[in-house]
Design a protein around this ligand. Structure first.
Ligand code: ATP
Ligand code: MN
Length: 471
């Protein structure tokens, strides 16, 4: 809200952040952290109305924009009429004009949008979401809405939320006592989606390039600062793309989102940068981030991501002083599914920039990832790619998909995935199969990266995590 002084009469509406000297109201409508200073001349309002101007109350003010003598603002509003739209009992209002902890604000998430920190975070989240669509639209991708309720459980078995209308106390049973899902709403077992990828591939086999952007659900019991049970994921899927093209697109995409935020939300980034710097000061010297928020974002758009193979990553870890001093909690050897401590060592200590790791062992990756040719027996790898970001860890997971029917079927059989049920998926390999690739970017992790918020619960409006589903 870049306001210029004018002779004109304007009407503003918003919420009171603070009221000083019975004269100066800091009014905010959520468009920026820069409150509008409303000046109420002494005598303009009766005492009863003045008493109703409390933190949290909503007002409608008509007045004139005049140059301001106060510091930090060019204009202020000289009120001519003021109406209290909604009162706010100052004694009971949980948000006081002072600093509250993020933990406390999480408990009053229904009100935290009214704070500077969450104002900035959610304006940025909005911008980033808009930029996602703009990026793909400019490239001619089709936005495909993949289903939220699915019956395919090929991915993430055991991590899914079941969708059912069967009664708990009288579940219909088969002769062998297993649950008879034929009686269920869809006549089969159904879940909330963990990823739109498989359906996304079907779209890519017609439109060449598609993306999804929607909610995904994982019933994984990981109570970490980067896992939610309900999160938003962006999943582009591209025909005629190999793993190299996939990496290039993912890198370009992440840099585009950051550039967009820097071009449209600098004020909010500056606020969050200062906030983070303040937070860093509380930490011991050796744990502080080397770069400020904006400095980090600039660095990421101006420098190419490091690209290494999984095998190289393991070697770096094995050669590291950290490993030799036995500082990793989990052991390192070729074949492990790298733990977050390993990923963070690579990006934060070794390379100090985002890293794309490719060529993961087939044994730890999903069935649809393309087997690399010419692997040593027992050391098969797939054309997978994970992007690891400083402070976050994995932000993107993707791969070139297995387009060769026999290889895909063999892999599925070995992993006990029923071919019959996945027939619709295999059809893409039967009728005009092409090399294709795609990836998934966790939207909240991206918002975390751009805002510098350390806990994922603070970048989604109402977080769903184990044992927590408020609001
Ligand atoms: P992690 O190892 O961090 O659990 P993953 O390997 O399970 O991630 P993928 O299945 O590859 O992740 O999902 C693609 C992307 O979705 C991830 O790179 C990450 O950005 C995001 N993501 C995955 N799980 C979650 C979650 N529980 N909450 C928020 N984002 C997630
Ligand atoms: Mn996971």
């Amino acid at each position: 809200m870049a306001l210029e002084p004018s002779e004109q009469t304007v009407t503003v509406m918003g919420w009171v952040r603070s009221f000083r000297n019975n004269q100066f109201i800091a009014l905010n409508d959520g468009s920026t952290n820069n409150n509008l200073q409303v000046v109420v001349a002494l005598g303009l309002l009766d005492d009863a109305t003045v008493r109703r101007i409390t933190t949290g109350a909503s007002l409608k003010v008509i007045g004139e924009l005049v140059p301001s003598l106060g510091k930090g603002q060019k204009v202020e509003l000289k009120a001519t009429t003021l109406e209290v739209l909604g009162d706010s009992d100052a004694e009971k209002y949980p948000l006081q004009p002072k600093k509250h902890s993020l933990e406390f604000l999480r408990e009053i998430a229904h009100l935290r949008f009214r704070t500077n920190t969450f104002g900035s975070v959610f304006r940025l989240r909005h911008s980033l979401a808009f930029a996602v669509h703009q990026f793909f639209n400019e490239k001619g991708f089709i936005y495909l809405h993949t289903p939220i309720i699915t019956s395919s459980d090929a991915e993430g078995a055991g991590e899914m939320f079941r969708v059912t209308t069967l009664p708990f106390d009288a579940t219909p049973r088969n002769e062998d006592n297993s649950i008879n899902f034929k009686e269920d709403f869809f006549g089969k077992s159904t879940n909330l989606t963990v990823s739109g990828q498989l359906e996304g591939e079907l779209g890519a086999m017609a439109f060449s390039e598609i993306y999804t952007f929607g909610p995904t659900f994982r019933a994984e019991n990981s109570n970490t600062a980067r896992h939610l049970a309900e999160f938003w994921m962006i999943e582009p899927e591209m025909a005629f793309h190999d793993i190299e093209d996939n990496m290039n697109l993912a890198e370009e995409f992440i840099q585009y989102l950051i550039r967009y935020a820097m071009a449209h939300n600098m004020e909010d980034l500056e606020f969050l940068d200062a906030r983070l710097a303040e937070e860093e000061k509380q930490k011991p010297q050796n744990e502080r981030a080397e770069m400020g928020l904006i400095e980090k974002l600039k660095f990421v758009v101006e420098n190419q991501f490091e690209r290494i193979t999984y095998t190289e990553a393991i070697q770096i870890l094995l050669d590291s002083p950290h490993y030799k001093k036995k500082k990793f909690k989990y052991d390192v050897s070729w074949g492990i599914d790298m733990q977050s401590e390993h990923e963070r060592y690579l990006v934060e200590k070794h390379f100090k920039k985002p890293v794309i790791v490719t060529g993961y062992p087939a044994a730890i990756k999903a069935f649809y990832m393309r087997l690399n040719d010419g692997c040593e027996p027992g050391k098969e790898t797939v054309a997978a790619m994970d992007i690891l970001a400083p402070g976050i860890g994995e932000i993107v997971g993707g791969s070139q998909r297995e387009e060769r029917l026999e290889k895909l079927e063999a892999r599925m059989t070995a992993m006990h995935i029923p071919l019959e049920e996945m027939s619709w998926y295999l059809d893409t390999r039967r009728f005009g199969s092409v090399p294709h690739a795609g990836f998934g970017l966790g939207f909240e992790r991206m918002v975390q990266f751009v805002t510098g918020m350390t806990n994922i619960r603070d970048v989604i409006a109402f977080a769903r995590t184990p044992k927590n589903c408020e609001f």
